[in-house]
Ligand binder design. Structure first.
Ligand SMILES: [Zn+2]
Length: 212
């Protein structure tokens, strides 16, 4: 018995574990196999997939929707709102795993989208969605894997802003908030500038230092 025939055997034993809508399809595959002794490549693909499904094993090749949902990015919105007290157009640069830059920028007071944060990936898709004032992310025309990578990065920045900002500074040598090079040794050590830290409400270690 081949490995695939064993999979068909498993499927047959666990048929009742399938959703109702899939049982007829699975039964017909099994009947066809018993009749002909063989199936097409596509049918074997389904036998394999349905065997997992029948046993309640999740399909790991499909991203689960709840893993893409970022939840409310309230930390990110709070940071931008704080910065907007002093800055007209607060913006933050972050980096994706492939090295492409993500630009987050808050719509100005005169904009009809005031309070929204735009998400852009200039090197690939350009505009990649917005975060509303309640912290909900609405991706726009973004496909996988970028969709999940962006969601992960936004969530990280919202929940661990100091660490995420510092990571960017250490990778690029620039402050993620003002994009200026980090030249002050203390800023280099922290990973972002002191003035920006104050503006965005983040902790900063030392004293007597200017932003960069
Ligand atoms: Zn800065």
């Amino acid at each position: 018995m081949t490995e695939l025939h064993q999979r068909a055997q498993i499927l047959k034993q666990h048929l009742s574990g399938l959703p109702h809508s899939k049982i007829d399809f699975a039964s017909s595959l099994i009947k066809q196999l018993e009749r002909k002794g063989q199936l097409s490549e596509k049918q074997w693909f389904w036998v394999d997939k349905l065997a997992d499904m029948a046993q309640g094993i999740p399909d790991f090749t499909q991203p689960e929707p709840e893993k893409i949902t970022v939840g409310a990015l309230t930390g990110l919105i709070a940071m931008f709102n704080k910065a907007a007290e002093k800055l007209k157009y607060p913006a933050i640069a972050l980096q994706l795993p492939d090295g492409n830059e993500v630009r987050l920028s808050r719509a100005g007071k005169e904009s009809k989208n005031s309070g929204y944060v735009y998400v852009k990936v200039p090197a690939s898709v350009g505009y990649a969605g917005k975060v509303d004032p309640d912290g909900q992310y609405f991706p726009k025309d973004v496909k996988e894997p970028l969709k999940t990578e962006l969601a992960t990065l936004l969530k990280k920045m919202s929940r661990h802003p100091a660490e995420t900002a510092a990571e960017y500074g250490k990778l690029t040598g620039r402050c993620c908030f003002c994009s200026l090079p980090l030249t002050d040794p203390k800023s280099t050590a922290v990973g972002y500038g002191k003035v920006c830290a104050h503006r965005y409400g983040l902790p900063w270690g030392g004293k007597n230092s200017s932003c960069n």
